[in-house]
Design a protein around this ligand. Structure first.
Ligand SMILES: Nc1ncnc2c1ncn2[C@@H]1O[C@H](COP(=O)(O)OP(=O)(O)OP(=O)(O)O)[C@@H](O)[C@H]1O
Ligand SMILES: [Mg+2]
Length: 375
């Protein structure tokens, strides 16, 4: 089931570091700046080939070195299962653009063989952006879930982007003329409309994928939120807004609003404008909630998607949850609730903290503590 060995060489300040995690809970503690987040970052690098900090892999390599390597071994409790036990290694030199990735002893070029092996969940202080930032980060969040369960999603999404950009480029070219003369020729209209059938088809497919994803995670979101606070759970709503007016189907929208699109110079509405709305009594949740309440909502959202992904393949053995600095903002009661929820999830958790005593409530049999120190 678990990640059983992690080795880091020249990852930020960690020149040689090795960890043998517990299959259930791991608390990585130490003072500021000792490398706790770097340990979680290394696991993320192995499974995603990029860092979660700034997306600049190069900055992960120790200042004074040219290359970094991260190695891991995942073990299985079952025998004879394809890929049940495996190792993943990643290395990167400062003078190379791409990292080199190995699954067992084979060099691999595509991440997909790894993403399918391990469900990875991540909550960091930056996860606040899921509530605070604009809609595109929430769209990415929905799409991440869809990507794992809809085999055609990536192709459909790429095609949609191409078709949308072709339609937009014509709208943008004709927009100036239309604004000046206030009319447009039928052959020019046809240049725009000829993209509509493809756009309609792809828009509707993505819309179904995305709305299903929100429906599927809503159940767990509410359930987890209720465990933290019944009042929050009653008052917070998670809803999917599809990106164009409720009154029109998309085909009607494309026909009726073409002159408005022409004025704007782009396709104003569609699934590219969809949004995951998190509201509290009809206000945006981010405008009302306290910092700790925001954190709880984000935890529930990420855990709900993690749980959904874990459930999609109950035979998969490897589910890893990384929690960076999770206890800040949470009081003891809420921290306890979080770990009670996690104990029901079939996953291995690695959490960082500067304050080990916050975890005194943990059952010693299920949890290993790791002290990281300045070298
Ligand atoms: N490329 C690099 N080379 C060497 N050291 C680096 C590099 N990048 C970052 N560092 C240093 O590595 C250390 C580890 O950072 P990290 O964020 O992992 O610490 P942390 O234990 O999580 O700290 P905090 O408690 O503040 O969250 C920091 O002291 C940082 O300044
Ligand atoms: Mg840190």
């Amino acid at each position: 089931m678990p990640l059983e060995l992690l080795k880091i060489h020249n990852g930020r300040n960690l020149i040689q570091y090795s960890l043998r995690p517990h299959p259930k809970f791991n608390i990585i503690y130490g003072s500021n700046g000792v490398g706790k987040t770097t340990i979680l970052e290394s696991i993320y690098l192995l499974l995603r080939s990029r860092t979660f900090r700034n997306n600049k892999f190069k900055t992960f390599i120790n200042y004074n070195e040219n290359t970094c390597t991260v190695f891991s071994r995942f073990s299985s409790l079952k025998e004879n299962t394809l890929h049940a036990s495996f190792s993943i290694g990643i290395s990167r030199s400062k003078d190379k653009v791409q990292p080199v990735l190995h699954l067992n002893s084979n060099k691999i070029n595509s991440l997909s063989s790894i993403t399918n092996l391990v469900v990875l969940g991540l909550i960091t202080p930056e996860s606040f952006n899921l509530l605070d930032a604009g809609p595109s980060i929430r769209r990415k969040f929905i799409d991440w879930g869809v990507f794992h369960v809809e085999p055609f999603f990536l192709n459909d999404w790429r095609s949609f982007k191409k078709v949308l950009s072709s339609r937009n480029s014509i709208l943008s070219k004709l927009s100036k003329k239309y604004r000046h003369y206030k009319k447009i020729g039928t052959d020019e209209l046809e240049l725009i409309n000829c993209w509509n059938p493809q756009l309609l088809d792809l828009n509707n497919k993505l819309d179904v994928y995305r709305s299903n994803q929100v429906k599927q995670i809503s159940h767990y979101f509410k359930k987890y939120l209720f465990l933290f606070s019944s009042t929050l759970s009653e008052n917070i709503s998670l809803s999917y807004s599809r990106g164009w007016t409720k009154e029109l189907n998309f085909s009607q929208y494309l026909k009726d609003k073409i002159y408005e699109d022409l004025l704007a110079g782009y396709t104003r509405y569609g699934t590219h404008r969809c949004e995951l709305k998190i509201a509290l009594n009809n206000n945006l949740a981010k405008e009302i909630l306290s910092r700790s309440q925001k954190k709880i909502v984000i935890i529930c959202l990420i855990l709900a998607q993690f749980r959904f992904l874990v459930d999609t393949d109950p035979t998969r053995e490897h589910n890893v949850l990384l929690l960076d600095d999770i206890d800040s903002e949470l009081d003891s009661k809420n921290l306890n609730i979080l770990f009670t929820i996690l104990s029901t999830l079939p996953c291995q958790t690695l959490a960082t903290t500067t304050n080990k005593s916050r975890y005194d409530f943990m059952n010693e049999k299920e949890c290993e503590l790791f002290h990281v120190e300045h070298k």
